[in-house]
Design a protein around this ligand. Sequence first.
Ligand SMILES: Nc1nc2c(ncn2[C@@H]2O[C@H](COP(=O)(O)OP(=O)(O)OP(=O)(O)O)[C@@H](O)[C@H]2O)c(=O)[nH]1
Ligand SMILES: [Mg+2]
Length: 465
Amino acid sequence: MFKSKSQNTDNNRLEDEEDELDEAEIEELFQQQIPTSIGEEEHKVFIVHPDVKWGSRKQFLTTAALQMEEAVGLVNTLYNWSVVDKIILSTKTPEKKRIFGKGNFQALTEKVRATPGVTAVFVNVERLSPSSEKELQEAWGVKVLDRYSLVLHIFRCNARTKEAKLQISLAEIPLLRSRLRNEAAKLDQQGGGSRYIMGSGETLYEVQQRLLKERELKIRSALERLRRKRHLLRSQRKHRDFPIVSVMGYTNCGKTTLIKALTGDAGLQPKDQLFATLDVTVHAGQLPSHMTVLYVDTIGFLSQLPHQLIDSFSATLEDVTHSDLIIHVRDISHPETVNQKVNVLNVLKNLQIPERLLNSIIEVHNKIDLIEGYEVGDAEVIPISALKQHGLEVLKEKIEEAVVKYTGKQTMTLKVQLNSSQLAWLYKEATVQAVDDVGDDCTANVKVIISQAAYGRYRKLFQVT
Ligand SMILES: Nc1nc2c(ncn2[C@@H]2O[C@H](COP(=O)(O)OP(=O)(O)OP(=O)(O)O)[C@@H](O)[C@H]2O)c(=O)[nH]1
Ligand SMILES: [Mg+2]
C-alpha cells in the first residue's frame, strides 16, 4: 500500500520500486531456455485435431473446423513455420492419456511418416502428458507439440515488456515441473532418484524442486511489484478523471489498428499475426466534444487458449474491470466471425466483469472494406474500417454518447471568474482540459470534463445559473 503524502513522493516511490526490479534478472529468467522450448528453427507441421463427437454430424464438423482453423492460424503465426497437412480425428478421450484409439493411431502414424518434409506434429489438445508426448514423439520420429507449448512459444516470440516476459516465465513453470517429475520417475526406476546428495539431507529431485519453487516465487513477487505499480498508475488515472474505454476482441480483429486510428498514436504497431499485443497499453484520444478518453489495448482472445496461460495473463485484463466502457471489435470478414463473437462474450462473462460494464459494450464490425456493400442489420452496431479509417466519426460520437450515459461525465465550457476560487475548485473536482480567452474582465472559458453531480455542486457553490 502506498500512503505517501504527495504525488511527488509517490513518484519517487515508483522509481524506487522500479530500481528494485533487476532488469538483468528478469532477462535471465526469460532467456533461460526451458528444456521443452522450441527454438528458432523452421518447422513443417502436421496438425492433428482430435475431438469428441457430439451433437449432429454437422454441429461436430462445424466446431471441429473452427478449431482446426485456429490451429492452422497458430502455426502460421510463426513466420518460418508452415502447415504440410491436417486431419480431424474423432476420439473418445481427447484429454486422457491415450488420445487415439488403436486403429486411428496406426493410420495416423503411417500418414505422418509418409508425409514428406514434416518436422513436427501439432496435436491440438490443451496439454499432452509428458509420457504421451514422449510416446508420440518416438512413434512419429518428429517433435510433438500441444496447444500449451505452441501458444507459449508464440507468446515468447512476441514478448517485449518486463511484465509479458515474467508472465511467460511463470507460465513455463508447469512444463518444467512435469518434466522434472518425469525425470525423477525415470531415475527412480534406475534406482538413483531418491539418493541423498552428500551432507545436504536432500535428494537431487528435492533440490531441483526447491530451485523451481524459488524461481516461481521470484517471478511472482516481481510480477506483484509490477502489478502494484499498475494499481497506483490506475488510481492516478482515475484521479485525473479521464473515462477509460477498453478495446477487446478476437486476436487479429484489428484492435490495435483501431486505437491507432482513434488516437493517431504512431507508436502502435498493428501486425498481421495472432497475439501481436501481449500487454495492456493505454492511449489517449479525443472525442468530438474534445473530451479526452483513454483507450486500453488488450491481448486478443482465442477460443481455446490454454487455461493456465489465461491464468497467468488474466492480471493484465484487470484493467478492463476498471474501465467505463468496452468496445468489442469483430473482424466481420472472418469466416468464423459469429462463433468468435459468442466466444468473446463468454470469456468476458467469465472474467467477472461487472454487469454495468457488460451492458455498456459497443459492438464494432471491422474490416468492412473487405466485403463489398456490407450492411449491418442492427442500428446499435457500428460498421468501420479501421485500416481505411471509415466510420470512425460515427464511432466516436457513439463512444461519447455512451461515456456520458455510463459515467455521467460530460465536457462543458464554463465561464469562470479568475478572481474567485472557481478555477481551483474545478481543478480539484473535475478534469480541466483547457483555459482560454483570458479577457480584460478577468474571466476565462474553461473546458472541463465534469460529472453531473460535480456540476450540480459547482452551480450551487458559486451560484452559477
Ligand atoms: N482490410 C483490413 N485490414 C485490417 C483492418 N483493421 C485491421 N486490419 C489488419 O488486420 C491485421 C491485425 O490487426 P491488429 O490491429 O494488429 O489486430 P489486433 O486485434 O490488435 O491483434 P492482436 O494484438 O494480435 O490480438 C493487420 O494486418 C491489420 O492491418 C481493416 O479495417 N481492414
Ligand atoms: Mg493488437
